[in-house]
Design a protein around this ligand. Structure first.
Ligand code: ADP
Length: 715
């Protein structure tokens, strides 16, 4: 209170003072001791009265102003009361509504007259009535608070917080309280949504098959899901994974803001508790509401099984790939054309084996009594291995292979039962793989690979199967070679016989023919015509026999030339052969056309000359009586073959005889019609086949004949 305020008197005081002044005035009026004094006192009293009156006026004015202010304030409070966002209810001792604000009416969806005087309980959802009873019971003793659901008219119930406060005496003698209701529908909805999402995220976290751990910043706790516990067992006291998981440095990095992905992390076994594991780990920070990193998530996906399967698959694929490579390489060797000699095929097989097995020495060993003889080898020259060198069989692993009649695989001889074997002790063979070779059902020897160092990868089933196949291949090549040698030997013998026979036959024939001639010359005039005719027959027969023997001799000579195989220009050979028929062509009006570009091939020039000679000769001999002979020699060169053709326009050959004409002595005509011995085409066939080629015919009677020759196209 200011001093001014303090000097101001209250209305009651003023009234008291006024009464005192009036009493004074009365006394004065009644006593009047002296006029002078009285006058003065009167004047003072009047003055004082005026002062008091003024003060009274001012007080009245203030009072009016206060009244106005009071009404304004009351209106403000009324407005505040009515329009508050909270519902206000004055509740009497029977818990009926005495007074209610506009918000309260709005909350309950009813007009004032439907609410005032009614128990509050009527406007509470049935399930909340118990809570309301408790609440009102509590408010008897002092302020109370509860949550319950109001039931408005025509609207669904909604949640509120009720706060009640007993009101004082100023509200009358009867007990009453002020109950405030706050609508918490939004908060409840948000809470429900939050609870829902919390439950969802917890379910995702807990049920996730990936092991997840939430790690709070430095010193904070860790939260692990079930999969984590399944994977790592109960986390240690500090909540961490087993130390070998090695997450610590990654955690630090994630707290620094990094996201880490470790696709394949090996976790070594930890005593007996945890087996070895492969983990796909993610470590990443979680941004808090303030933008800082409050937590880091560690997710471990157990990829042990997957990794194991992937590895097994990888190994299997590699093995299969190796087996496939082996088989392909073996089939390539097996498919080498027979023109490649056995030695080349065997060298290729040994090379393949050495490369495939990673062993630097490959051997094909023949067993002869108690000796092992190296027949073929593939080895670096510095190893000084020589074909034909014999070894004592007992010193070699060959003996073991032959004895067991199966593949012997010793990736590390020193660590095997053969550590004391002389092959290791004396010959220094530290890893060995060998298989038995059979030839015509008999044991021949072995094909084997070895090295002076062990083979740490070992030899698997694929390698053993490879050796079996290789041994069979080698056996087949050796057998083929042996057959070829046998055949060559018997051919040579036969040819020798044919040569000698034909050579020796000519001598008595010449004798027959010369005596027949002598007979004709000396006694011709003494003989009759029939006898002379007989002598002519005998002479012709001898001449034909001689031609036959000459042709046979020629046939047997093919391939017996000792001349080396060299490049032969077929253009030149064909031209030379054609030149020999110049006279015959002139006589018949025929012609030969040789296409340009006939190839150069490797072969015997004399034999190739015979080939063209025979084909051109036949084309002229078997010409059509209706047209002069036209002979065309052509070529088409293909990647693997030179395809030559000799075509004529002669009498043609019935398809029935297309095969037989190539056989020796096979003729389609009698000598009186066409001269010949039936050896020409047999010679052609032999020449072509000597060069690994083929010959065939295409013809129809009276439509000409084409002989086709395929010769290998080799540099
Ligand atoms: P030759 O000519 O001595 O009888 P070849 O072996 O040369 O013996 O021929 C065998 C047979 O093939 C011949 O008798 C003939 O009938 C037939 N021949 C060969 N070449 C031709 C050809 N160009 N045209 C028709 N027939 C042919």
């Amino acid at each position: 209170m200011t001093r001014n305020d303090r000097s101001r008197k209250t209305r009651a005081e003023l009234e008291l003072e006024l009464a005192a002044v009036e009493a004074e005035l009365r006394i004065l009026r009644d006593d009047r001791p002296n006029a002078g004094t009285f006058q003065q006192q009167m004047a003072e009293a009047l003055h004082s009265l005026q002062v008091h009156q003024e003060e009274l006026k001012s007080q009245n004015e203030q009072l009016r102003q206060t009244q106005i202010n009071l009404e304004l304030t009351s209106q403000k409070y009324h407005d505040l009361f009515e329009n508050s966002p909270a519902g206000y209810f004055i509740i009497d001792s029977s818990f009926s509504i005495l007074e209610i604000n506009a918000t309260g009416m709005e909350m309950l969806g009813r007009a004032k007259n439907r609410l005032v005087g009614k128990p509050f309980l009527l406007f509470v959802e049935r399930a909340s009535r118990r809570a309301l009873d408790d609440h009102f019971l509590q408010v008897r003793g002092g302020p109370a608070r509860c949550e319950l659901w109001l039931q408005p008219d025509q609207r669904p119930p909604f949640p509120v917080i009720l706060q009640s406060l007993p009101l004082g005496q100023s509200w009358g003698d009867n007990w009453c309280c002020l109950t405030t209701a706050f609508d918490i529908s939004d908060r409840k909805a948000a809470e429900t949504a939050l609870r829902g999402s919390e439950a969802r995220f917890r379910a995702i976290f807990e049920q996730n098959p990936v092991a997840v751990q939430l790690v709070e910043a430095e010193g904070g706790g860790r939260m692990s899901n079930r999969a984590w516990t399944r994977l790592w067992g109960q986390p240690g006291p500090d909540g961490a994974a087993p130390p070998d998981a090695g997450m610590e440095p990654h955690l630090a990095a994630a707290f620094a803001g990094e996201q880490i992905d470790l696709p394949a992390l090996y976790v070594a076994p930890n005593g007996r508790e945890l087996p070895e594991r492969w983990i796909h780990a993610h470590v990443y920070p979680v941004l808090g509401a303030d933008g800082g990193i409050g937590e880091v998530v560690v997710a471990h996906e157990d990829i042990t099984e997957r990794t194991r399967i992937a590895r097994a698959l990888e190994e299997r694929t590699q093995r299969l790939q190796r087996q496939y490579d082996n088989l392909r390489a073996l089939s390539e060797i097996a498919a080498l054309p027979s023109g490649f000699g056995a030695a080349q095929q065997l060298a290729a097989a040994l090379d393949l084996g050495r490369r495939h097995l990673g062993l630097d020495i490959g051997l094909i060993v023949r067993i002869d009594d108690r000796q092992a003889i190296i027949e073929h080898h593939g080895a670096p020259p510095e190893r000084g291995i020589v074909n034909g060198s014999p070894l004592d069989l007992a010193d070699t692993f060959c003996a073991v292979v032959i004895e067991t009649d199966d593949v012997l695989a010793l990736p590390d001889v020193a660590a095997s039962a053969y550590a004391d074997h002389p092959a290791y002790r004396r010959l220094g063979i530290a890893s060995y793989l060998g298989a038995p070779i059979r030839l015509r059902g008999q044991v021949y020897g072995t094909v084997a690979f070895h090295a002076a160092h062990p083979t740490p990868r070992g030899f698997d089933e694929g390698d053993i199967e490879f050796m079996r196949l290789l041994a069979r291949l080698v056996g087949a090549v050796l057998e083929q070679e042996e057959n070829r040698r046998d055949l060559a030997r018997s051919n040579a013998e036969l040819e020798q016989f044919a040569y000698v026979a034909s050579h020796d036959l000519r001598q008595p024939l010449r004798q027959v023919s010369s005596y027949v001639s002598l007979l004709a010359r000396r006694y011709g005039d003494r003989l009759d015509d029939t006898a002379r005719e007989f002598i002519n027959f005998a002479h012709d027969g001898a001449v034909r026999m001689d031609r036959l023997i000459i042709d046979l001799l020629e046939y047997s000579r093919i391939g017996r030339n000792q001349k080396p195989i060299e490049p032969v220009d077929l253009g030149e050979v064909a031209a030379d052969a054609a030149a020999n028929f110049r006279a015959a062509l002139a006589e018949t009006g025929g012609r030969i056309e040789i296409a340009p570009g006939l190839p150069t091939v490797r072969g015997d020039a004399t034999d190739l000359g015979r080939l063209f000679q025979n084909l051109i000769g036949n084309a002229i001999k078997y010409r059509s009586p209706d047209r002069p002979p036209l002979i065309r020699i052509g070529v088409v060169t293909l990647p693997a073959e030179h395809h030559l053709s000799v075509a004529d326009n002669g009498i043609g050959i019935d398809p029935e005889y297309h095969e037989t004409i190539f056989r020796i002595f096979q003729r389609l005509h009698t000598p009186d019609k066409y001269e010949g011995t039936g050896i020409g085409l047999a010679i052609c066939k032999k020449v072509v086949e000597q060069m690994q080629g083929r010959i065939w015919v295409e013809s129809m009677p009276d439509q000409g004949t084409t002989f086709h020759i395929g010769l290998p196209n080799r540099p």
